[in-house]
Design a protein around this ligand. Structure first.
Ligand code: A2P
Length: 282
C-alpha cells in the first residue's frame, strides 16, 4: 500500500476503508475484518458513526500489529467545546480499545470549534493523537478558523471525486500543506459517475473497473481516498490500483469531468441545524 507523508512527517496509507453508515454490533466488525484481510491498513471511522467499538474489536481480532494499522476517527459535534472534547477523545480511545489514534478529526465545522480544536491539540502534544485534522472545511470556513489554530491540521476530509474536484479549496489547502482526504470518492455509487464514458474507456484500456480508475486518478491527484464497499471483490479491487498509471492526457480528461458542484454544502445553515440535532450519547 502506497502512503502519503503528512505535514508532521507521519505516513498515511493512500487508500483507507470507510465505515460510514455500517451498523455496529456485527456489520462493522465483519466489514473491518474483511477489509484488513483484503489488505487495507487504514480504517476511517468516527464517533458519529457509532461503530468505533466494532472497528476496535476487528483490529484486535485481526492479529495484525496495532502499529501496522492506521486508524482515523472523528469527534462528533455534541462533544465540541474544550471540556467536552477532552471527554470525547477519551471515549473514542476507550471504544476503539487503543492507547493512541493515528488521526483524529473535527467532524463538522459548527459550534465551539476552536475550543474542541484546543483539546485535540493537547491530546496531540501528549501523543494520544498522532495527527489531527479537520473535515468539511470550505475556504471561507478555513479563513474563519485558521488564526485560532496553533497546530496546523494534517488533513481536511471533504467530498471529492471526479465530479467534485474542490479546485479552490485544494489550492488553499496545498498552500498550507494540508492534504485532502476524499469522502464519497466513488460518488457514493453514483451511476452517472461509474458509467461515465471517459472513465469506462480508461477502464477498458487498463483492464480495471470504473471504481479503480477513479481511485487511481484520486491517488495521482495526491488525495487520500476512503472508498466504501461491502462487496468483498470490490473491496479488494479498490486497493488494487498501484500496478498501472494514467498518463498526463488521461489525467486531464478526468479533470474535465468536474461539475464544481458538491452535493453537500457545509456552509448551508440547514446542515448546521440538522447535524447539531444528531446526538450520539445522553
Ligand atoms: P458495494 O458496497 O456494493 O460495493 P463511496 O465510497 O463513494 O461512498 O461509494 C460507495 C458505493 O460505491 C457503494 O454503494 C458501493 O457498493 C459502491 N462501490 C464500491 N466500490 C465500487 C467499485 N469499484 N465499482 C462500483 N461501485 C463500487
Amino acid at each position: 500500500m502506497k502512503t502519503f507523508e503528512l505535514n508532521n512527517k507521519q505516513h498515511i496509507p493512500a487508500v483507507g476503508f470507510g465505515v460510514f453508515m455500517i451498523p455496529n454490533d456485527g456489520p462493522t466488525y465483519d466489514a473491518t475484518l474483511a477489509a484488513l484481510k483484503a489488505g487495507y491498513r487504514h480504517i476511517d471511522t468516527a464517533a458519529g458513526y457509532m461503530n468505533e467499538s466494532d472497528v476496535g474489536k476487528a483490529i484486535k481480532d485481526s492479529g495484525i500489529d496495532r502499529q501496522d494499522i492506521f486508524i482515523t476517527s472523528k469527534l462528533w459535534l455534541q462533544d465540541y467545546g474544550y471540556e467536552n472534547a477532552k471527554k470525547g477523545i477519551e471515549n473514542s480511545l476507550r471504544l476503539l480499545g487503543v492507547d493512541y489514534i493515528d488521526l483524529y478529526l473535527l467532524h463538522q465545522p459548527y459550534g465551539d470549534y476552536l475550543g474542541a480544536w484546543k483539546a485535540l491539540e493537547e491530546a496531540y502534544e501528549e501523543g494520544k493523537l498522532k495527527s489531527i485534522g479537520i473535515s468539511n472545511i470550505t475556504v471561507s470556513l478555513w479563513n474563519q478558523f485558521k488564526d485560532g489554530m496553533k497546530v496546523m491540521p494534517a488533513v481536511n476530509q471533504v467530498e471529492f471525486n471526479p465530479f467534485v474536484q474542490q479546485r479552490e479549496l485544494r489550492k488553499v489547502m496545498d498552500e498550507n500543506h494540508i492534504l485532502l482526504e476524499a469522502w464519497y470518492p466513488l460518488g457514493h455509487g453514483n451511476k452517472e459517475l461509474l458509467e461515465n464514458p471517459v472513465i469506462c474507456e480508461l477502464a477498458d484500456k487498463y483492464h480495471k473497473n470504473a471504481g479503480q480508475i477513479i481511485l487511481r486518478w484520486i491517488y495521482q491527484e495526491g488525495v487520500i481516498s476512503l472508498p466504501k464497499s461491502t462487496n468483498p471483490e470490490r473491496m479488494k479491487g479498490n486497493i488494487d490500483i498501484f500496478d498501472f498509471e494514467l498518463n498526463a492526457e488521461e489525467m486531464e480528461k478526468m479533470r474535465a469531468l468536474d461539475t464544481g458542484k458538491p452535493t453537500h454544502n457545509p456552509e448551508d445553515s440547514a446542515n448546521e441545524v440538522r447535524l447539531s440535532q444528531l446526538k450520539i450519547h445522553d
